[in-house]
Design a protein around this ligand. Structure first.
Ligand SMILES: CC(=O)SCCNC(=O)CCNC(=O)[C@H](O)C(C)(C)COP(=O)(O)OP(=O)(O)OC[C@H]1O[C@@H](n2cnc3c(N)ncnc32)[C@H](O)[C@@H]1OP(=O)(O)O
Ligand SMILES: N[C@@H](CCO)C(=O)O
Length: 359
C-alpha cells in the first residue's frame, strides 16, 4: 500500500429505508458509496476511516494520497483504509442530484438539511454492516475533521484515535464567506430555484462560489508570491479593457475546473452542513460534549489558515483538555493556507511525526 493504491473494494451501502435526520426530516432509500484500500483483518481492528472535505470522494487515494503515509495515523503495511462519500455529495452517495423516490425526479432544492452528525451516524451504520466494531483511527481535514470530532463525541467507544486537521466550528468570517458563495449560486438564473436539469448547471454561480472559496483556502503570502500584481499569463493587459491580473486568471480557472466536476446543489448542501457544525449542540455545554471523548485526539492547525485560524484550533484543543480528553495540538507551518493539508503533504507527515510545534 505504499504508492497510489487502488481500492480493493468499491461498494454501495443501502441505509435503512427511512433514515431520520437531525433536522427532523428523513431520507428514504439513501445509499453511501464507499471504498476500501487494503484488507480488513479477521478482528476488523485495523481500519482507518478517512473522512473527506468539501469536494472529495470515497476514493481517498485520488485526492489525498499522503494519507497512506501519515505517521501515528496509519500503518501502511497492516491497515485498511475506508473512504465514504458523504450524504449530500455528488460522488456516489445520495445527494440533491439523486432521484427522490417520492417524486421520481432529482431532489434538487427539496433535498433535506443534512448535518455532520447525520453523516457520522450513516457511517456508523456502514461500519456495522462491514463488521467493524471500533475504528483504529479516524482522520480528516476541514469538513472531514468535523466528522472526526463528531465521531469522537457520538461514538466514543468506537474510535481509538482521532486526527482532525484545520478544523473548528466555523467563525463569523467563515459563515459570511459561505453565505456569499451560496448567494453566488442562487443568484445565477440557471439555478432555477435548485431545479436545473443535470446538464444545465448554474455554471457561473458555481464557478464564482469556488473562486471565492479558493481565496479562503489560500493565503495572502502565497498569492503575493505566486501572482503579486502580475498581469494574466495569457497576455491580457489589466490596464486596458477587461484584461485580468494573473490572480484573476487563476481564480477563473479554478471556478471553471470546478463546475465540470461538482454539483451546485451539493455545494449548497455541504456548505450548510459546514456552517451548522457545532459539537456542543444538544449538550448542556461544550464541556459536556468533550467529556464524552475517549479517543486519543490530535488536532493540527495550519499557521496561514484564515478559514479555520490556528487560534481557533488551539482553543478547541484547550477546551478538550479542560474536559479531561487526551488531546494534543500540532501546527503545520506553511504559506499554503487552509489547503496546506493537500498541497504540502510532506510537511503534514513531518508534523504528525512530531517535527513541528506541539502543545
Ligand atoms: C473526487 C474528486 O475528484 S476530488 C478532486 C480532488 N480534490 C482536489 O483536488 C481538492 C481540490 N484541489 C485543491 O484544493 C488544489 O488543487 C490543491 C490544494 C490540491 C493544490 O493546490 P495548488 O498546488 O495551489 O494548485 P492549484 O490547483 O491551486 O493551482 C494550479 C492550477 O491553476 C492553474 N493556474 C495557475 N495560475 C493560473 C492563471 N493565471 N490562469 C489560469 N490558470 C492558472 C495551473 O495551470 C493549474 O491548473 P490545473 O490544475 O488545471 O493543472
Ligand atoms: N480544497 C478542499 C478543501 C476544502 O475544505 C476541497 O475542495 O475539498
Amino acid at each position: 500500500m505504499r504508492t497510489a493504491p487502488q481500492p480493493a473494494i468499491e461498494g454501495d451501502f443501502a441505509l435503512p429505508d427511512v433514515f431520520p435526520l437531525e433536522s427532523g426530516g428523513t431520507l428514504r432509500g439513501a445509499r453511501l458509496r464507499y471504498a476500501i484500500y487494503g484488507k480488513i483483518n479477521a478482528a476488523a481492528d485495523n481500519v482507518v476511516l478517512v473522512c473527506h472535505a468539501l469536494s472529495g470522494s470515497a476514493l481517498v487515494a485520488e485526492w489525498w494520497p499522503a494519507i497512506f503515509s501519515l505517521p501515528g495515523v496509519i500503518d501502511p503495511d497492516h491497515d485498511a483504509v475506508l473512504g465514504v462519500n458523504i450524504l449530500g455529495s455528488c460522488y456516489g452517495s445520495t445527494g440533491p442530484a439523486s432521484i427522490d423516490p417520492a417524486t421520481g425526479r432529482p431532489y434538487g432544492n427539496r433535498f433535506p438539511l443534512v448535518e455532520i452528525r447525520d453523516i457520522v451516524r450513516s457511517q456508523a451504520l456502514l461500519l456495522d454492516f462491514l463488521g467493524i466494531a471500533r475504528l483504529k483511527s479516524a482522520v480528516g481535514a476541514s469538513i472531514g475533521g468535523m466528522q472526526v470530532l463528531e465521531w469522537a463525541i457520538q461514538f466514543p467507544s468506537r474510535v481509538a484515535r482521532a486526527t482532525a486537521i484545520a478544523v473548528a466550528p466555523l467563525n463569523a468570517m467563515g459563515l459570511g464567506l459561505n453565505h456569499l458563495q451560496r448567494q453566488a449560486i442562487m443568484l445565477d438564473p440557471e439555478w432555477r430555484d435548485g431545479n436545473y436539469a443535470p446538464d444545465r448547471q448554474p455554471q457561473r454561480g458555481l464557478a464564482l462560489a469556488r473562486a471565492l472559496a479558493v481565496c479562503s483556502y489560500k493565503s495572502e503570502a502565497l498569492f503575493e508570491e505566486r501572482f503579486g500584481r502580475k498581469p494574466d499569463r495569457s497576455g491580457e493587459d489589466p490596464w486596458t479593457g477587461n484584461g485580468r491580473f494573473d490572480v484573476a486568471g487563476y481564480l477563473d480557472h479554478q471556478g471553471e475546473k470546478f463546475y465540470s466536476r461538482f454539483d451546485a446543489n451539493s455545494y449548497l448542501a455541504i456548505t450548510r452542513m459546514m456552517d451548522l457544525f457545532d459539537p456542543a449542540r444538544g449538550f448542556v455545554s461544550a464541556l459536556q460534549a468533550w467529556q464524552r471523548v475517549e479517543a486519543a485526539v490530535t488536532l493540527v492547525g495550519i499557521s496561514s489558515d484564515w478559514l479555520f485560524p490556528p487560534g481557533d484550533v488551539v482553543a478547541l484543543s484547550e477546551a478538550m483538555r479542560a474536559a479531561g480528553a487526551r488531546c494534543s495540538y500540532r501546527e503545520l507551518v506553511s504559506d499554503h493556507g487552509h489547503d496546506a493539508f493537500l498541497a504540502e503533504p510532506e510537511l503534514l507527515i513531518e508534523v504528525l511525526r512530531g517535527g513541528e510545534k506541539t502543545g
